[in-house]
Design a protein around this ligand. Sequence first.
Ligand code: 3HC
Length: 680
Amino acid sequence: MTNPISTQRDGEVLVVISNNPPVNALGQAVRAGLKEAIEAGLADDSVEAIVIRCDGRTFFAGADITEFGKPPVGPSLPEVLDAMEAGDKPVVAAIHGTALGGGCEVALACHYRVAVPSAKMGLPEVKLGLIPGAGGTQRLPRVIGAEAALPMVAIGNPIPARKAQAIGLVDEIVSEESLAADAIVFARSKIGQPVPRSSEGTANQDGVKNPDIFDQFRAKNGRKMRGFDAPNAAIEAVKLAGEMPFAEGVKKEREMFLKLVTGTQSAAMRHYFFAERAANKIDDIPADTPLIPIKKVGVIGAGTMGGGITMNFLSAGIPVTILEMQQDALDRGTGVMRKNYENTAKRGRMTMEQVDQAMGLLTPTLSYDDLADCDLVIEAVYENMDVKKEVFAKLDSVVKQGAILASNTSYLNVDEIALATKRPGYVLGLHFFSPANVMKLLEIVRGEKTRDDVLATCMKLAKTIGKIAAVSGVCPGFIGNRMLSPRQQQANALIMEGANYWDVDDVLLDFGFPMGPFQMADLAGIDIGWHRDPTKVTTVREALCAAGRFGQKNGKGFYDYDAARNRTPSDDVKAIIADFAAKEGTAQREISKDEIRERLLYPMVNEGAKILEEKMAQRASDIDVVWINGYGWPLYTGGPMFWADTIGLDTIVAGLEKYGLPVCDYLRGKAERGEKFNSQ
Ligand code: 3HC
């Protein structure tokens, strides 16, 4: 293997260059090469300063994640960094792209950091269920203070170079075009001066003077961190940085890192990291498939869904023509979009100029003819096959040939919709999740006739508008809603059999979902789709509506709500359910939380297995991507299929059999062979 590290000399300055595409991950060869080059530079009397930079698109983007979970091969990153920092010759990090994780730790161990304006720095280890393991938790607070370090270490979002400079993490911003040369000039200017070492910094004393900052941070970010182990470890490590000498702090950091890296949460989150990237790839479509340029988009329907979909494109700078049947609906939809943008601006995440820019890209219309020159039209109309077919037939007749026609249907047969057109190859499903301008997931439904370039174009487009895409075949409910259905069936059956509905919700909450099905029903409104006849009661939902319990909107649904929308279980509702069960002849009994959890989640795994058996998903990890991004499945369990792997497929099969629930052949076969869904 060629050495990814090379060196060049510029007079008395040694330049150490890494070239390890695609992201200069700090794998074993890079670490070994760096160590050797730095040691040689420190030992060579003719070298008076050292610059470290990377070729390619980015500075080191972190440790090589694929090495985690395997036996470590030296030198370790901390070893390399300690040697680098200890020398008396100035070492300068020249940063472009993203200096992340171990890459940021390299930069911190350097005595100085210069960066181009577009560079970003961060410690995103927490997103992999980890804390920095090469001194980052101890050096960063010593350089920028504990308070500024907390979000970087415990939340993990990277910060832009100028912000890094403002908080003392970057010493100088240099030109995008001349980083290599400017870094050498900078390094030369520091020759002969005593070197500042991050490990000796004192900015961390802010956390000692005001120890409340740690609890305040926990209180402020508690919801975001719920259920995750790493953020608490990260906060603890930053706190320790103020309380103990560097060498001891680093030892503690290492212990915490090793505990996390060998744990299930980090394994799950590393699985997810690669799952998200894999989901973007379509096995049978070459990566170089020519794409269809999408310069203008049409959206049919200006309701909540159509409006949300539209905003994605406007925010990405793509013009949208939005169609409604009535002027007032069009005005209302356009008004809601502007208001949403204005609210974002009020929260400081957009300027009013950007709001105007985005809205300036919108053309509202009442005429189908205005969609003629769109490259992609997405319909977000009423979920009814006849209505959809009518819309598609109309679109086919007015929209130019070669344009893509997409349905936002959440469960209808996309192949049948495609047959309403003379261009079924250009038809597919683009299933956005509500609120569509916020939710990350985009389920892309590949019809039987969908062309490769159409699918590849939409996968790329998903990235452009900031979505995480996963491909599904055509089946009722696609991947996401199809798996939701058995969970919902079990939730309904469980409460009939005597489980407390609040226990059903709490089990899912404890598992890590943001809410359970009955809370969800209350939030969405129990009266959605209700026939409005209080004398006709055939379901629990109808009984609740008949009793005037419509959900959060009128303060009572499954739960009673106070003014702050806190929920309290209702005895009346429990009685309504018991009454129903009696009429049905279903005996009620006490049901444990374990049974509730198993009956809610195991059938989902079985449905996921069926989806794989029928090849409706390309791979198990795509299912994990769908459920984590579209339905709030807790990231730290890795998604339903990875979670099933961690608890054992034999356990799932045994559980399903215990409750008399179906087990598909695919799942049974895998369990019998001792296999997992995910091979890693
Ligand atoms: N290790 C191994 N592979 C990595 C990697 C890493 N740290 N970072 C990215 N890759 C791979 C990706 O899997 C992908 O592979 P593929 O092409 O086969 O799918 C390829 O590099 C390109 O990555 P992206 O598709 O993500 O490229 P983008 O340009 O969209 O994003 C990035 C680049 C912002 C650097 C993004 O890849 C990223 O966020 N990487 C992870 C950064 C990170 O978490 N670093 C911390 C690692 S843990 C650590 O450092 C521990 C230390 O404290 C000891």
